[in-house]
Design a protein around this ligand. Sequence first.
Ligand code: HEC
Ligand code: HEC
Length: 238
Amino acid sequence: MVGRKNMNNDRENHAPSLLIATRGFYRRRLTFCAPLLIAMIVPVAPVLAGEMGNAAPVDLKKGESLAKQMCVACHTDDGSHGVPLIPIIQGQRANYLVKQLTDFKSGARVNAVMESLVGSLRDEDMRNVAGYFSGLAPVEVKPPKNVDLAAAGREIYALGIPGKSVPACVACHEPSSPAMTAESPVLSGQRQDYIKLQLANFRAGSRKNSELMTQMALHLSDEEIQSIGAYVESAKNK
Ligand code: HEC
Ligand code: HEC
């Protein structure tokens, strides 16, 4: 139940051999895509530094209370038991969650449900609730239903698609990733239906809050998106 009256109140499962292959790959591939990566990452750095410098301390108790009043109906209080198209947010990085909440509020990311919910949230409410969810343990992952599909997705995730200039997703999407920005989400363990929807939205231009991810998704085929989803959902998160 969404407490409307309260609205104004205040991962990765690569086999060791793949990891080793990936490390070597970073050097080659990141050199190859370096201009693209630098052009996309550098402009956000000063903005982030400024925002984070002014942030008040995060109040996890307030965050928990807000989550229980306003988020449990869909994400549940631990963020893990929603329907397939509702993302798992427990264990997600706080900076990423804050950016998404801010983008839903400003309209930079369009979603009618989330937009109506975040309208009354102040910046500090967003930081508190993001802090609360990010501090919860990641969900348990299950082995993939379709092993071959997930293996194809794992290859794209770890190595990219050189023929299409699609870089390796792992370069930015795991806590140890060399190019992970303050706002990169951890993808391992996320629901596949949600991942597929977001990649299709980036590709179609209906999710416009990251030019970087629009570029990443632009050349992915439906089959590639399917396989990435299958892999990501079954990849062990940390
Ligand atoms: C009525 C259902 C509903 C409620 C209640 C709800 N959400 Fe959501 N949330 C969604 C849906 C659906 C999406 C996926 C939006 C999309 O497809 O772009 C979403 C997406 C998000 C995302 C983006 C996650 C990502 O991986 O990009 C965040 C962050 C989020 N919600 C946080 C919250 C918080 C915090 C609350 C409570 C203040 C909340 N939500 C309450 C339905 C809900
Ligand atoms: C250069 C770094 C970088 C690379 C490489 C990259 N991403 Fe991303 N990705 C990001 C960032 C940053 C975001 C957050 C976008 C935003 O602010 O909404 C993101 C967001 C996403 C999301 C949305 C997650 C959510 O919870 O809504 C998906 C899905 C995604 N990326 C998949 C991929 C896949 C698949 C690949 C490889 C083909 C990839 N990314 C490569 C940086 C990257």
